[in-house]
Design a protein around this ligand. Structure first.
Ligand code: IMP
Ligand code: MG
Length: 189
């Protein structure tokens, strides 16, 4: 697995430092919501790419919260560009009625925006008290930069990255750093 790494884009220490900052901002915003009115704080992680980010983020948020997962597929198998997003109903645990919930969507990366567009539309139809979105990475391309999100940990160039939850063909999620892969990995895909 290490032999497949081309270069480290963001290392684990940099991720940790940035999450300290980001979590502080998010905790302030969500606490203000919680004390300002009614409603539960509900985090909605998008499976599977957000799991490591989620685990590190929520342990930095000292607030009462629920977690309701959603599963969205957009990159089947060895594809490295979006093929249109669809919700996997069986792996999605989002209540039908969110009228008592402040929602924070947590995703790994904003690329074409198809995933978050679908997620946000689905959530809005369920009438949340508030809706915010948080991504670990955002590619500096027009489709991603023009999509409105509330929190971004890092902006990155338009390259395919893996590690820290992100996959290629469902591998490499367990790499602790965010990296690019050598060309030979994609050969034949
Ligand atoms: P979008 O729907 O095109 O914005 O892409 C979002 C989803 O595509 C993410 O949640 C990832 O699962 C996947 N994705 C996009 N870019 C990358 C990448 O560089 N590496 C790994 N997965 C990616
Ligand atoms: Mg994903």
């Amino acid at each position: 697995m290490q032999a497949d790494i081309d270069r480290v884009l963001i290392d684990r220490q940099a991720i940790g430092r940035r999450l300290d900052e980001l979590a502080k901002t998010i905790a302030e915003d969500l606490s203000a919501e919680a004390t300002g009115g009614h409603g539960e704080i509900t985090l909605v992680p998008i499976l599977t790419g957000s799991i490591i980010f989620l685990a590190d983020l929520i342990r930095r948020l000292p607030i009462r919260m629920q977690i309701r997962v959603m599963s969205v597929t957009s990159y089947p198998g060895t594809a490295t560009s979006s093929r249109g997003a669809s919700i996997e109903a069986q792996l999605t645990k989002l209540p039908e009625d969110l009228s008592n919930n402040h929602i924070l969507v947590v995703d790994d990366i904003l690329d074409s925006g198809n995933t978050l567009r679908l997620v946000n539309e689905t959530i809005k139809q369920r009438n949340p008290v508030s809706l915010r979105t948080c991504v670990l990475l955002r590619k500096t391309i027009p489709s991603a930069m023009s999509f409105e999100v509330d929190y971004v940990a890092f902006d990155i160039p338009d390259e395919f990255v893996v590690g820290y939850g992100l996959d290629y063909n469902d591998y490499y999620r367990n790499l602790p750093d965010i990296v690019t892969l050598k060309k030979h990995v994609y050969a034949g895909a």
